[in-house]
Design a protein around this ligand. Structure first.
Ligand SMILES: [Zn+2]
Length: 190
């Protein structure tokens, strides 16, 4: 049933999904808690969340907030992004928005075949964009640091998986511990 994760996709083969990166570490460290279904193996998610984490680390290396995202269609990563609020002095470039912007203009039919992977629970802005464009599936690295607008997603029948990734959590927590004000600015809180 692994191919059920991606509408219209062939059964996933990890070696063909991300040929340039090893995925064994993520397979051993990413646990999964499925909120609305239980038929998709966490191993299916791990390679893509590993890539979202790589985006988060790239953002950190740029001096930004370490949150990353990838957009997957038919078992392939078609766009990547990370939080660039600091780097671009942007008010909208959360990781998900950066990733969607990177994917460029797409049709509703295109978005229906996509799954978005993000290292952190998507905020109201990003959840709104996911809902607006009709992306049917969101895989979240962790929602312990911050719970975004998952209610909006769920009430609009967006499938959510939360992986409870310690790597995603630790990376962001370490940043927040050193950068309180930047973090709170990112989520619109004092
Ligand atoms: Zn956001």
């Amino acid at each position: 049933m692994a191919n059920a994760l991606f509408a219209g996709s062939s059964p996933l083969e990890e070696s063909s999904i991300i040929p340039t990166r090893k995925t064994s570490r993520a397979n051993s460290t990413l646990a999964s808690r499925h909120l609305s279904t239980s038929h998709v193996s966490p191993v299916v998610h791990a390679p893509f969340m590993t890539e979202a984490l790589a985006e988060a680390r790239a953002g950190l290396n740029e001096g930004g907030i370490p949150i990353g995202c990838v957009l997957v269609r038919n078992g392939q990563i078609i766009a990547r992004g990370h939080n660039r609020r600091i780097q671009r002095s942007s008010v909208i470039l959360h990781a998900e928005m950066d990733c969607l912007e990177s994917a460029g203009r797409q049709t509703a039919a295109f978005y229906k075949e996509c799954t978005i992977y993000t290292t952190l629970s998507p905020c109201a802005m990003c959840s709104g964009a996911i809902r607006l464009y009709g992306i049917p599936r969101v895989v979240i690295g962790e929602n312990k640091t911050f719970v975004g607008d998952e209610t909006l997603l769920q009430t609009n029948h967006v499938h959510i998986d939360v992986l409870e990734s310690k790597e995603c959590y630790d990376l962001l927590q370490d940043y927040i511990n050193k950068n309180h004000s930047t973090w709170y600015e990112d989520i619109g809180r004092e």
